[in-house]
Ligand binder design. Structure first.
Ligand code: AMP
Ligand code: ZN
Length: 463
């Protein structure tokens, strides 16, 4: 079981969000490759995520609905569709279940009641809050993010703004009473309102993966308070930790700062694919962006820049070029390369906390082998070649999820160029400029492109 916090669908996802989803896609793909049966749950937050991740302020989706003059559910649908398009463009596999918070209101109300019954939540002015200080007396709080409860308490005491109904600003909402003009509100035993953001992930992960499951992921920025609050909720309900392994992706930075919707410091996937952003020297393909992401470990920060993408593109093209000649390598009676040792190193890298940069260095060692074999500086047996090619292809295409869009791109371009030459040749013939029309035909033939005149017009084939 693997649960990853999905997007709050009030805006286009930026390339920083994509880093997190691409990283977990590689983890998911590797687990599948290893033969695990994975139930991968990645939610869509469509209610309850308030501005500044806080317990007061407007709901991010309701605010956007007002701005765009749409129904909140139109906003949700619009940006969910956009998110899916982006995931597809980056070749991210869909999760097994993609639950939404609004479809799990009954469960969220039940869990809130359960926490009240256990004595760890209180009702205040129609809202329900989790009592963090009470919880911390008998439980540890802050372990995941390395925070100390005493320090948190003294920091929040100084910051108490007195404007909400909480006993302590450390407390967090399980249920929020909605103001009358708030469109997204539902009946509950406490008020007409909406569920808290932290609660949705606890409820949906428990519902689909059980009270204790293997992996819970998300970006590093969700460790505190989001995941810390999930732990407190689950421990209260089930009496034990909900998750065996917490995994957090580190942030993608732009100009040294975290990419974030809220600060405007972000780049959209479309801008990269079209090159339409002043920080970019040109357009880059989705596979180049994926490859760029994997050149750092998911736990390290990664600096986004046009130069870094250009470097990744060079590496990616080198890899694709080598792979395209793999099938045609000639084999010998003996191998001068220890393929099983190389293969084992590739697996060892991924088994070491999904260390993609180390894996990639081994794949480039593979590229070196390919070139050496091509130049007769190394040899490989037919049997080893099968292992070598299967392993290279499995890691590059199945695990890293790269696509070979080089061929597609170049064949599209060749189609366009040849179509243009066919048109010019037709015009030359119509003008009886036979020398020019023959020159176009002959020179194309010389580089392996043969024109064929038929009843339907002229087509071409390549040798
Ligand atoms: P949000 O829609 O803001 O809740 O974010 C969706 C996911 O993207 C969460 O797991 C965030 O932690 C993650 N995320 C947001 N910003 C970045 C970033 N700059 N780099 C990597 N992941 C991010
Ligand atoms: Zn979450």
């Amino acid at each position: 079981g693997m649960y990853v916090c999905g997007p709050t669908v009030y805006n286009d996802v930026h390339i920083g969000n994509c880093r997190t989803f691409i990283s977990f896609d590689v983890i998911y793909r590797y687990l599948l490759h290893q033969g695990y049966k994975v139930r991968y749950v990645r939610n869509i937050t469509d209610v309850g995520h308030l501005e500044n991740d806080a317990d007061s302020g407007e709901d991010k989706i309701a605010k956007k609905a007002k701005l765009e003059n749409l129904e909140p559910m139109e906003i949700v649908q619009k940006y969910t569709n956009g998110f899916h398009d982006v995931m597809k463009a980056f070749n991210v596999l869909p999760p097994s279940i993609e639950p939404t918070a609004t479809a799990h209101l009954v469960e969220q109300i039940e869990t809130t009641q359960q926490i009240i019954d256990k004595g760890f939540a209180y009702v205040s002015n129609g809202s329900v809050y989790f009592d963090v200080e009470k919880f911390a007396k008998s439980n540890s709080y802050g372990e995941l993010s390395g925070r100390k409860i005493d320090e948190l308490i003294s920091a929040t005491r100084e910051n108490l703004d007195g404007q909400d109904d909480k006993k302590s600003s450390l407390d967090f909402a399980l249920w929020k009473k909605a103001s009358p003009e708030h469109i997204m509100q539902w009946n509950s035993p406490w008020s007409k309102g909406f569920p808290g953001w932290h609660l949705e992930c606890s409820v949906m992960s428990t519902k689909y993966l059980g009270e204790q499951f293997d992996i819970h992921g998300g970006g590093m920025d969700l460790k505190f308070p989001h995941h810390e609050c999930e732990i407190a909720q689950s421990r209260t309900c089930s009496g034990h930790d909900p998750v065996n392994y917490w995994m957090h992706t580190n942030m993608l930075l732009l100009n040294g700062q975290k990419m974030a919707k809220s600060t405007g410091n972000f780049i959209l996937p479309d801008e990269i694919l079209t090159g339409d952003n002043k920080v970019l020297s040109k357009a880059f393909s989705a596979s180049v962006v994926r490859f760029f992401n994997m050149q750092a470990n998911y736990r390290s920060i990664l600096d986004f820049s046009s130069d870094a993408l250009e470097a990744s593109e060079k590496g990616y093209l080198k890899l694709m070029d080598a792979l395209s000649s793999l099938a045609n390598l000639s084999t010998q009676n003996s191998s001068s390369i220890n393929i099983s040792e190389w293969k084992q190193k590739c697996y060892a890298a991924m088994n070491d906390d999904f260390n993609t940069p180390v894996l990639i260095s081994h794949l480039f060692e593979g590229v070196k082998f390919i070139n050496q074999i091509k130049e007769d500086k190394a040899s490989i047996t037919a049997e080893d070649l099968v292992i070598f090619a299967t392993t290279m292809n499995a890691f590059v295409f199945d695990v890293l999820g790269l696509l070979n869009d080089v061929k597609e791109q170049s064949s599209d371009k060749i189609d366009g160029v040849v179509a243009l030459l066919i048109k010019l040749r037709k015009e030359a013939r119509e003008n009886k400029e036979w020398d020019l029309s023959d020159q176009i035909r002959d020179e194309l033939l010389a580089i392996g492109i043969q024109l064929k005149d038929g009843r339907e017009g002229t087509t071409y084939s390549m040798s």
